[in-house]
Design a protein around this ligand. Structure first.
Ligand SMILES: Nc1ncnc2c1ncn2[C@@H]1O[C@H](COP(=O)(O)OP(=O)(O)O)[C@@H](O)[C@H]1O
Ligand SMILES: [Mg+2]
Length: 286
């Protein structure tokens, strides 16, 4: 399936984030949005082990040269259960990468709190920035030096990680012979070999062809493996990838708008697309 292409849509005036209720996560206000925001019951269970990622009331602003501050993230709260694959979606420029970097600790929030299980690993968009060693085996083993492992233990970890991402047969392959998606899978294997508990993945499929895209997302899904040990937050603009998600978060204009199961988010985005198209058509007709 091709990209649905909603990412270029601008937020419609139907969305009125200012009308949200006090905790910033309740149902949007007047006029009503098609789907109520669900699943968020506060932070009573904060840090109780059931959640691998929690961000609370996160704000991030950039200071301009003339002393003003531009808000990029506005009061974002997000909570991802351990062992699940969640997706972060929204139009270009809405703040997905910024939120992911705040969760990764690469950016310090202006306000708010972050909890992410460790070790965590951030995988970037460009596959050529992920792999640094000449062969697949060397690349996956690259981060293991700090663990003081025997050679057998290191080899076991590398093989198990490559197996999880479906790259067992590529152990000795030079990395420059790999496709973009295979490089992404090797990068994920590197994180798994280091016993990473949280994978933060920023638009990994952007530069990939369709079969490579599917290979990467299936590798991530398989990496979670149902053990509850590894959790992934996957930023994407491809609606069709939602079918692999346990849950999803939809953002607009620096805010978390919906935080729910994948089917609800899918319906929500489709309704947003339809209302946006209707709006354009009616403004053309008038
Ligand atoms: N360092 C920066 N300086 C100025 N603006 C920035 C910076 N980083 C991000 N932005 C702006 O913040 C907004 C959100 O960016 P980003 O998180 O990359 O969005 P997304 O990943 O959803 O496309 C965009 O409008 C972007 O231009
Ligand atoms: Mg981005």
């Amino acid at each position: 399936m091709g990209c649905v292409g909603w990412a270029s849509l601008q937020p419609s005036p139907l969305c009125n984030p200012e009308a949200r209720d006090g905790n910033g996560l309740g149902q949007l206000g007047n006029p009503p949005l098609p789907v109520p925001i669900g699943m968020w019951d506060g932070f009573g269970e904060l840090l109780n082990g059931n959640f691998a990622i929690e961000g609370r009331n996160l704000n991030y602003s950039i200071a301009t040269r003339n002393g003003n501050s531009i808000p990029i993230l506005r009061d974002c709260s997000i909570r991802i259960p351990s062992g699940q694959l969640w997706m972060l979606l929204g139009p270009n420029g809405c703040g997905k990468s910024t939120l992911l970097k705040v969760l990764a600790g690469l950016l310090k929030p202006t306000h708010g709190t972050v909890y992410v299980k460790r070790p965590k690993s951030f995988v970037f968009q460009n596959p050529d920035h992920q792999v640094v060693m000449p062969t697949v085996e060397a690349d996956v083993a690259f981060g293991l030096g700090k663990f003081n492992l025997t050679q057998d233990e290191a080899r076991f970890r590398v093989e198990r990680a490559l197996d999880a991402v479906g790259m067992s047969n590529y152990l000795q392959r030079p990395v420059q012979t790999l496709s973009g998606g295979q490089k992404q899978r090797v990068a994920i294997a590197g994180a798994l070999a280091e016993a990473c508990k949280v994978l933060l993945l920023d638009e990994l499929t952007t530069f990939l062809d369709e079969s490579d895209q599917v290979g990467v997302i299936k590798a991530v899904k398989n990496s979670l493996g149902g053990s509850g040990e590894v959790t992934a937050l996957w930023v994407t603009h491809r609606l069709e990838e939602l079918e692999y998600a346990d849950g999803a978060v939809y953002m607009e204009d620096g805010r978390v708008i919906v935080h729910s199961d994948a089917a609800t988010i899918m319906d929500y985005i489709k309704e947003r697309q339809a209302s946006y198209v209707n709006q354009i058509n009616s403004s053309r007709d008038s």
